[in-house]
Design a binder for this molecule. Structure first.
Ligand code: B3K
Ligand code: ZN
Length: 839
């Protein structure tokens, strides 16, 4: 398979004045007519992309031509400076199980074109730097017919849509189905009236209200925070059941996985609500960062994704709790991106080669891409950031841009040289920052060192600019130095602080000011002091988290620990009522995956069973020490009037954190009662998870199934929590039983992911020493690959941590991967992933 290289990018030799498309929709044979007005801008042949198309006719200026076909491209040489290309093709949406291009979901036509789905619809320059206004005519007997832009005309069986904003083909969308709208209106800051619709299946109208509220909040926020206004007369969101990822920002017609639209208190958890708000925001914010300004080529993906994630993170912290949001984001980054950086799939936020671009919609491109922008903002300041963003929108509106353009905007707006900073985009790997301190005569010297382990294809890594935000906390708990950003630019660098009365404790990397790992010498007492007194909520949480992590690692590797953390929790529990969400975060022990990652990062070999046992034992000890306080909080943190907001979800998260401990003592009695009584899915699912862990789940699972049998999204939860919370030794068997059920509709990505990711997230269950977890995963990946390569390939990343385990597990895991690699007809998507992991 051919590798694509960033260095090979060349401008397309034509631009498009307008793209006109006419669809005659039919499940097995949809006809697509295209008329594309090209104008020459450089020398070369017309090269168009197309995959799996049945070509009926091709003509230039009305004259039929016989094109040359080269693989998945069509080539026409010797063309004039301006001409209209016309083609008619036939496609089969019903056969499209890959869910890329035009496909059917429960009888409804819908599309997914990013990154290269449009070439499955018709012949086109399917690259993001070729932008055009679109006029789309849809003929169909489906009642609702939607495409991008503004409606031009609607009649029985026909609709015409016009999108005046030029866009690349990946932002094209079409939907046709029996849909109902939940509608509202929005007046933009300059007084434009916009019709808003969230389209769902008949019967789901009562579940779309939160999505609509989230959309309105997003539109208002982008005006207030970034001065960005919406630019069409209508904004449509459609919920679709079969979807490969979360959602898609098609211009004026966002298409969403229904799990990110539909919610009621009884069917969705607080986490679901928060994600709905965040993803509705994310896709809406793409209207400026992604659509009005798009990417020149797919290597620049983080230009739109990193920035849009950064914007949706800001949005959520403004709508909810900034401290809690930051801690959640750090947890996600560590769990997904640090993990990626530490393994065979490591790549820079801007990769320079790929085989299948869909394999690069990763935590590194998204989450690290966002962290890099957070660092930029810290380095240039809030005002500098705002000036730079204004310049970015002003200078590049309507263009397809690169990371170089983005960096130049910051240089021009702030006068800063960002040459070294750019390494964050081009180099892979998580820097390791280490700190040693010396203290004498009122002077504290901080000696920092940074280094970055080699990653595939990149061995030698020069120093990065690292913004290190610190504060100093005196021994009495008072802050003696407020947050100060140290700019580290060398491999080793020292910073001095004079005139201090007593030796303070360093509150390091406040706000998680850079995506690095930290090594430092710090005593348990000093960590406890930070946990009690740090003014920075992230650093406070991190101090407690490190205390717990060190204890768990000691215990999982044959030592002892946990007494200090256990003692420190007394303070957390006393203060818990003041900030329940924060207390819940402090109470939650590091997960098994994080413990394993940290053991490996420190040069050890993690033992999944020992880690599992150590974590359970520490939980039981903590529960026994604080039973009364935990039980009191559990009772206090009830939320009789369910509201999916920061306050209510904070109280429920604390309640469930207490329940997890108390279940170690009461064998699941409270969980049983909560499962029966709870009026919201957050507590019901939380209770169910405890019942599964405690092994008393049969009645609850049956009741849950009886109640929600007909609700696909809720049944996904049922499929997910069982392998996730099963005892490690039973997890694979449980997953196998579930997979054999007729309602394991594995071709639906949500259902597949629920069961499979439920298992792979059960650390000790998936990494069972006999390799049964690896075998089970490989079996299902091989089955799904023929149907849906994109989802299959993504899920291969469950194998990316294999290298850190013992020889027995490694051999079994590699054998499973080898079987996938050797499967005849393996997709390019999965083949690339497996090859990289095996390398
Ligand atoms: N841009 C889409 C992701 C498309 C993934 C294609 N495999 C959703 C988002 O990031 O907003
Ligand atoms: Zn995005």
């Amino acid at each position: 398979t051919a590798t694509q290289y960033l260095a090979d990018w060349r401008p397309y030799p034509f631009e498009i004045a307008e793209t006109r498309l006419t669809f005659h929709l039919a499940p097995r044979a949809t006809r697509v007519l295209s008329q594309i007005d090209f104008r020459r801008t450089g020398a070369g042949d017309l090269v168009l992309d197309g995959v799996g198309l049945k070509t009926i006719s091709v003509s230039i200026g009305g004259q039929p031509v016989v094109p040359q076909y080269l693989g998945d491209t069509l080539v026409i040489p010797d063309l004039p400076d301006a001409f209209t290309f016309q083609a008619e093709v036939e496609i089969d949406p019903e056969a499209n199980t890959a869910l890329e291009g035009l496909y059917l979901s429960g009888g409804m036509f819908c599309t997914q074109c990013e990154a290269q789905g449009f070439r499955h619809i018709t012949w086109y320059p399917d690259r993001p730097d070729v932008m055009a206004p679109f006029r789309v005519t849809i003929h169909s007997d489906q009642p609702v017919l939607l495409s991008n832009g503004n409606p031009v005309s609607e009649g029985a069986g026909t609709a015409v849509w016009h999108d005046p904003w030029k866009k690349p083909a990946y932002l094209f969308a079409l939907v046709a189905g029996d849909l109902r709208a939940v509608s509202d209106r929005f007046t933009t800051m300059s007084g434009q009236d916009v019709a808003l619709n969230v389209w769902v299946r008949p019967g789901d109208e009562g579940r779309a209200g939160y999505a609509m509220e989230s959309l309105i909040r997003s539109m208002r926020w982008d005006e207030q925070a970034y001065g960005r206004e919406y630019d069409l007369s209508v904004f449509n969101i459609v919920a679709v059941d079969d979807f490969n990822m979360g959602a898609m920002e098609n211009k004026g017609l966002n298409i969403f996985n229904s799990k990110l639209v539909l919610a009621t208190a009884e069917t969705a958890t607080d986490g679901d609500y928060e994600r709905i708000e965040g993803v509705i925001g994310h896709e809406y914010f793409h209207n400026w960062t992604g659509n009005r300004i798009t990417c020149r080529d797919w290597f620049q993906l983080c230009l739109k994704e990193g920035l849009t994630v950064f914007r949706d993170q800001q949005f959520t912290s403004d709508m909810r709790s900034a401290a809690v949001k930051r801690i959640h984001d750090v947890q996600t980054l560590r769990a997904r991106q640090f993990r990626e950086d530490a393994g065979p799939l490591a790549h820079p936020p801007r990769p320079d080669h790929y085989q299948e671009i869909n394999n690069f919609y990763t935590a590194t491109v998204y989450e690290k891409g966002a962290e890099v922008i957070g660092m930029l903002k810290r380095l240039v300041g809030d005002d500098g950031y705002r000036t730079a963003l204004d310049l970015y929108f002003d200078r590049h509106d309507g263009q397809a841009c690169t990371i170089e353009d983005w960096i130049k905007v910051f240089e021009d707006a702030t006068g800063r040289d960002l040459t070294q900073f750019k390494r964050w985009y081009t180099d892979a790997g998580t820097p390791r920052l280490s700190l040693s301190e010396s203290w004498a005569d009122g002077t504290l010297v901080l000696d920092f060192a940074q280094d970055i382990a080699p990653t595939p294809g990149q061995t030698d890594k020069p120093a990065r600019v690292i913004p290190i935000a610190i504060g100093l906390i005196g021994p009495n708990g008072h802050e003696v130095l407020p947050t100060t950003v140290l700019e580290m630019t060398e491999s080793r660098q020292s910073f001095r602080f004079d005139g201090l009365g007593a030796r303070p404790v360093v509150s390091l990397l406040r706000g998680f000011s850079a995506p690095v790992t930290v090594t430092r010498e710090i005593t348990a007492d000093e960590q406890a002091l930070l946990l009690a007194h740090d003014t920075d909520p992230y650093a406070r949480w991190q101090a407690g988290h490190d205390l717990a992590l060190d204890a768990l690692i000691a215990r999982a590797t044959g030592g002892e620990g946990g007494a200090e953390f256990n003692r420190a929790l007394a303070g957390v529990l006393t203060d818990a009522k003041a900030d329940p969400a924060f207390a819940a975060l402090c109470l939650a022990l590091p997960g098994e995956e994080e413990i394993a990652t940290t053991i490996a990062a420190r040069g050890g070999v993690p033992d999944p069973d020992a880690i599992h046992a150590a974590r359970r034992a520490l939980m039981a000890e903590i529960a026994a020490s604080h039973e009364a306080a935990l039980a009191a909080l559990y009772d206090t943190m009830q939320t009789p009037n369910y509201q999916p907001d920061a306050e209510g979800s904070g109280r429920r998260s604390l309640r469930l954190a207490c329940l997890a401990y108390l279940s170690q003592l009461d064998g699941g009695a409270r969980a049983d009662a909560l499962f029966a009584a709870a009026g919201n899915m957050t507590e019901r699912q939380g209770a169910l998870e405890q019942l599964i862990s405690a092994g008393r789940d049969a009645d609850a699972l049956a009741a849950f199934e009886a109640e929600f049998r007909d609700n696909r999204l809720v049944m996904d939860k049922w499929f997910m929590v069982q392998p996730l919370r099963a005892a490690p030794r039973q997890a694979v068997a449980r997953a196998r039983e579930l997979a054999a059920r007729p309602d394991f509709e594995w071709k639906n990505p949500n259902r597949f992911r629920a069961l499979i990711a439920g298992l792979t997230s059960n650390h000790a269950g998936f990494h069972a020493a006999d390799g049964s977890g690896y075998d089970f995963l490989a079996e299902w990946l091989m089955k799904l690959d023929a149907v849906n390569p994109q989802t299959t390939a993504r899920m291969c990343s469950a194998f990316e941590t294999l290298g850190r385990y013992d020889a027995g597990r490694r051999a079994k895991g590699r054998a499973a991967l080898q079987r996938i690699a050797e499967m005849p007809g393996l997709s390019r998507n999965t083949s690339e992933m497996v090859t990289r992991i095996l390398a």
